[in-house]
Ligand binder design. Structure first.
Ligand code: HEC
Ligand code: HEC
Length: 233
């Protein structure tokens, strides 16, 4: 079983490079004239802030009414902080086109035009998540501590890399495509894992997370959520 920390960093770095190369390939070349809809508008965070608290009456309620005043999340409504604008925008697009099935978010996302989705994503990405990036990656997980073990080391025999290798050492999120997970409730995490297993949430970049989700049991998810919740924010 690979135990070397450099390996975990290696996996994260390779994936990150692969993703940024993909992003660059998408943004670096001139968009084909036939596909203007695919070009992502630049987000205006100021306009996004207004949208966040005012919504788009009458069809779209204020995001704060469910996700909290500072998008910190509340009950069944997940926090929206700690993730990159590209990730957030991709989620809004996915709710709108049905590739991420959710009856509450679908009409809200559909009620926003591409510019508004970009604006609100830019604003959300600028908010603090309250999750600290540890100065030294946490280590010392005991095999009996399933949550810490999965988060720090993964389950290599089963092809599950450490959550930390993609989501950051403290689960604080990395770059534009790897969302923060340390502040998610066990129930929300479980719902997402189930959605990937059932094909109700699209595979995401390179299918990285949908592949992992299929190998996570509900005990795994509970343990990881409890591990992050137990860490000082
Ligand atoms: C009526 C309540 C409600 C309102 C209003 C609402 N949301 Fe949501 N939102 C939800 C729920 C519930 C989910 C979880 C969906 C799921 O389980 O897939 C969610 C999920 C999301 C996600 C995915 C988060 C992630 O980590 O992947 C984003 C992004 C989001 N909402 C953005 C917004 C924005 C932007 C607004 C305002 C324009 C908004 N929401 C308004 C209920 C709401
Ligand atoms: C190989 C990289 C990688 C690893 C390792 C990884 N993830 Fe992910 N994860 C992702 C990516 C990429 C996404 C975003 C998927 C998308 O865009 O739909 C994601 C999204 C998620 C989400 C959804 C977040 C939200 O706000 O809806 C959860 C929950 C999650 N991961 C949990 C985990 C857990 C728990 C582990 C460890 C057992 C883990 N991930 C390991 C790449 C990874």
């Amino acid at each position: 079983m690979p135990k070397h920390p450099a390996l975990r960093v290696g996996i994260g770095a390779v994936l990150w490079l692969a993703l940024s190369a993909t992003a660059q390939a998408q943004s670096g070349s001139a968009p084909p004239a036939s596909a203007p809809a695919a070009a992502a508008p630049a987000g205006n965070a100021k306009a996004g802030q207004t949208l966040m608290t005012a919504g788009v009456p009458p069809a779209v309620a204020a995001c704060t009414s469910c996700h909290g005043q500072n998008a910190e999340g509340a009950g069944a409504f997940p926090p929206l902080t700690g993730s990159g604008a590209a990730y957030l925008r991709a989620q809004l697009d996915a709710f709108a086109d049905g590739s991420r099935a959710n009856p509450i978010m679908a009409p809200i996302a559909k009620g926003l035009n591409p510019q508004q989705r970009a604006d609100v994503s830019a604003y959300l990405a600028s908010l603090p998540s309250g999750i600290a990036r540890p100065a030294t990656p946490p280590s010392g997980a005991k095999p009996g501590d399933a949550g810490a073990w999965l988060a720090q080391r993964g389950r290599m025999g089963d092809g599950v890399p450490a959550c930390a290798s993609c989501h950051g050492p403290g689960g604080e999120g990395v770059g534009e495509h790897f969302p923060a997970i340390a502040h998610l409730s066990a129930a929300y995490m479980q719902e997402q894992v189930e959605a990937w297993k059932a094909g109700k949430r699209g595979p995401g970049p390179l299918g990285l997370m949908s592949g992992i989700a299929k190998k996570l049991s509900s005990d795994d998810v509970k343990a990881v959520a409890a591990y992050y919740a137990s860490r000082a924010k």
